[in-house]
Design a protein around this ligand. Structure first.
Ligand SMILES: Nc1ncnc2c1ncn2[C@@H]1O[C@H](COP(=O)(O)OP(=O)(O)OP(=O)(O)O)[C@@H](O)[C@H]1O
Ligand SMILES: [Mg+2]
Length: 388
C-alpha cells in the first residue's frame, strides 16, 4: 500500500481578492513522482510554494505525514526546492556548492565531520553522474551539468520531498530529454518523493507516476499518464494532453454514439439516452480506408510531413480533423475513415465544451467553408447523411 506523505485539504489562495487557487484537494504518496501540469498562470508555482511553506494559503490545511504543518516554516519542513534558475554560487566550485547545505547544518550545531561531508558530497555527485567534477568552476559547466549540481545540492540534505519548478525550462530539447531520464533515474535511486512542475505535457507523461492537470487555479484531473491521455475528463484536458479532435455527439444508448448523424460503436456507457456529449478522437486512432468502406468520407485539405508520419487535415463537411497516418493522401483527395470502438472516448458536456479540439485554422480554406453560402464541390452521400 502506498503511504500518504503530503495532503492539501481545501487549499485556496487569493491575492488582493483575486482567487488563483480554488479549493485544491490533493494527496501525494511517499516515493511518488507527481507532476503539476498546466498552462502559464494556472497556479502551479503557487501550489509548490504552499507545499514548501514559502507561501501561506489563504484558507485550507497542509499535512505532512498526517501532521498539520500550516505554521511550520520552510527550513523546518523536510522539503527542498530546485528552481528553474538554479542559482548556483558562482564563486564556489562544484564540491563547495553541493557541500553548502551540509556546512550550514554543521553551523546549526549538527556535527558532521569533514570526512562525512566529503563522502556525502561524493555520493551525491555519483548519483547525478558528476564524479570528477569536484574542483570545476560552476560557470564552466554546461546547462545540464549546472542543473545536476543544483539537484545534488538539494538532495544532499536528504529531504523527504524534492520540489522542482520547471527545472529543465532553460535547456535545449535534446538535453531536456536526457535530463528527464536522468531525473527519473535519480528519483528511483533515492526513493525521494518528487513534486515536479511543468507546462510541457510530453515531459509530464514521460516522467510521472501521477499527473495533476490544472487550469485557472482548479485541478481538472488527477491520474496516471495513461489515464489522463486515454480517459480525459473534459475538453480542456483532452486538448492540453496531446492532439485531439473534439466533436459534438449524442449518446444514443450504452455503447453507441451519434456523430455527424452517423452511429458509431464505442465502449462508454452510463449516459442518459440522447444526452449531448463531447467526443474525443485522437489523430492516431483514425484509420484511412477506401471511400466506399468509410464510416465517414472527407477531403484532405492539408498535409505536414512529420518524419515518422504525416499530419493530415481532413474536412468533414466543414469540420476539420487532424489525422496521423503513414500513408500519403494528396491534398484534394477523398478518403474514407474508420474508427474502432476503443478509439472513441466520450466526455460529459461542461464549461470547456466547444472551446477546443477543432483544427479549422490549419487551412486557409476555413474562411470559405465557414461561409454559410459556401457549398463544396460534389457534396457526397456522407454530407447528405449529416444534414438529416
Ligand atoms: N505574489 C503574488 N501576488 C499577486 N499575484 C500572484 C502572486 N503570485 C502569483 N500570482 C498570480 O497567481 C496566478 C498563478 O501564478 P503561478 O505562478 O502559480 O502560475 P504558474 O502556473 O506557476 O505559471 P507559469 O507556468 O507561468 O510559471 C497568476 O495569475 C499570478 O499572476
Ligand atoms: Mg510557475
Amino acid at each position: 500500500m502506498p503511504k500518504e506523505l503530503i495532503r492539501l485539504l481545501d487549499c485556496s489562495m487569493a491575492f488582493d481578492g483575486e482567487v488563483v487557487l480554488n479549493n485544491l484537494n490533493l494527496y501525494i504518496n511517499d516515493k511518488e513522482f507527481l507532476t503539476l501540469l498546466g498552462p502559464s498562470g494556472c497556479g502551479k508555482t503557487t501550489t509548490l510554494r504552499i507545499i514548501g511553506g514559502f507561501q501561506r494559503q489563504s484558507s485550507g490545511d497542509v499535512f505532512f505525514d498526517g501532521v498539520r504543518i500550516n505554521d511550520v516554516p520552510p527550513h523546518k519542513r523536510m522539503v527542498n526546492t530546485v528552481f528553474q534558475k538554479y542559482a548556483l554560487f558562482t564563486h564556489l566550485n562544484v564540491f563547495e556548492n553541493v557541500a553548502f547545505g551540509l556546512k550550514l547544518k554543521r553551523e546549526e550545531g549538527k556535527k558532521l565531520s569533514k570526512n562525512e561531508i566529503t563522502s556525502r558530497v561524493s555520493e551525491m555527485l555519483d548519483i547525478v553522474s558528476l564524479n570528477g567534477f569536484e574542483k570545476r568552476d560552476v560557470s564552466s559547466l554546461s546547462g545540464g551539468q549546472q542543473q545536476r549540481v543544483a539537484i545534488a545540492r538539494a538532495l544532499v540534505n536528504q529531504p523527504k520531498v524534492l520540489l522542482l519548478d520547471e527545472p529543465l525550462g532553460a535547456l535545449d530539447m535534446r538535453l531536456r530529454k536526457d535530463m528527464q531520464n536522468e531525473l527519473k533515474r535519480i528519483q528511483q535511486a533515492t526513493g525521494i518523493t518528487f513534486v515536479y512542475v511543468t507546462h510541457d505535457q510530453e515531459e509530464a507523461l514521460a516522467m510521472s507516476d501521477t499527473v495533476v492537470v490544472m487550469e485557472k487555479g482548479v485541478i481538472q484531473q488527477i491520474g496516471t499518464p495513461e489515464d489522463i491521455y486515454n480517459e480525459p475528463k473534459n475538453a480542456f484536458v483532452a486538448d492540453f494532453i496531446g492532439e485531439s479532435n473534439i466533436v459534438d455527439g449524442c449518446m444514443h444508448s450504452d455503447g453507441v454514439v451519434e456523430i455527424f448523424g452517423r452511429k458509431f460503436a464505442c465502449l462508454d456507457r452510463g449516459f442518459a439516452p440522447m444526452e449531448p456529449v463531447d467526443v474525443v478522437i485522437r489523430p492516431e486512432d483514425v484509420d484511412i480506408v477506401d471511400v466506399k468502406d468509410g464510416m465517414l468520407t472527407g477531403t484532405v485539405t492539408n498535409i505536414t510531413f512529420k518524419g515518422m508520419l504525416y499530419d493530415i487535415i481532413v474536412d468533414f463537411k466543414g469540420f476539420k480533423w487532424l489525422i496521423q497516418t503513414t500513408d500519403l493522401s494528396p491534398v484534394g483527395s477523398k478518403i474514407g475513415i474508420k474508427i474502432d470502438p476503443d478509439g472513441i472516448h466520450i466526455m460529459k458536456k461542461g464549461e470547456f465544451s466547444g472551446m477546443f479540439g477543432d483544427y479549422s485554422s490549419y487551412s486557409a480554406e476555413y474562411d470559405d467553408i465557414s461561409d454559410v453560402e459556401y457549398e463544396p464541390d460534389g457534396a457526397d452521400s456522407e454530407a447528405a447523411a449529416y444534414e438529416t
